[in-house]
Write a protein that binds this ligand. Sequence first.
Ligand code: PBG
Length: 327
Amino acid sequence: MEFPVTRLRRLRRTEAMRSLVREVHLHPGALIYPLFICPGEGVRREVKSMPGVYNLSIDEAIKEVEEAAQLGLGGLLLFGLPAVKDEEASGAYAEDGIVQQALRAFKPAAKKLLLIADVCLCEYTSHGHCGVVSKTGEDYEVENDASLSLLARTAVSLAAAGADIVGPSDMMDGRVGAIRDHLDDAGLEQVPILSYAAKFSSAFYGPFREAADSAPQFGDRRTYQMDGANLREAMREIDQDIAEGADMILMKPAMPYLDVIRAARERLDVPIGAYQVSGEYAMLQAAFAKGWLDRDRSILESLISIRRAGADFTITYFAKDAARLLG
Ligand code: PBG
């Protein structure tokens, strides 16, 4: 049927009408809020490039856990800033590591929330790389296979401390399989793996590296994170992680890579998460501060676009704001 019989504007005339025919929806239960946990007491230190995001000591972070639960968020993604860093990232798998302590402390307040522990070495290594480094300087090498046992050990330690889900974000080959093996051996066969399958080497992680104090001291992450030009390779990464036992996959960044999310959605039946990363947050916040974009509408529009691309859930620093807007 053509105009004038068909008039697409008929279904846009009122909010009730628009709401009736809306194709995708946002709900707080599908939003995950990241937290950066640091040592100390009473610490609430704002990240300069991420207004509204803080390094929090455990006692301060508990307040966020309670608020997140009250807002009906799906869960929290935990990152740690250890007191000391070393070559072996020992803080990542220490019994009393910062995230391990946080998990135990948060558990009572987090009954309705999923506690997701990011599994990576970069916050814990003195050099800031996501794996073990064999040679330093110009010809440094991030060793794949030597990193796997440390990553698996980290995942087991975090799951034993109470993580409901572990999320490896290091991009070493074979880490999902190694983590699954070690979790199963430790009797943690019920803990799911959310694998950052398609993680692109992105400038949009810049503010995170300030938040997590995890910028590499030399070189960059291009030998393990993916080239931003490669969609087909992203599909191979995903297939590989699923074959190794990933229960869910994560795509990241989100907004500059919506086509990758869509392609993954069309290909797969596993749940897909997307991470609206620090730089996406920083850039929107900067525009809000200048009065150049409408805050509330931009937050919701950015999140609905990620959802429409095919993500089942989204990790976002706007999770609390969005839940309030939806509430
Ligand atoms: C750790 C990790 C990073 C992010 C999540 N996990 C940083 C990186 O890879 O450099 C980035 C998240 C963000 O930018 O919000 N490897």
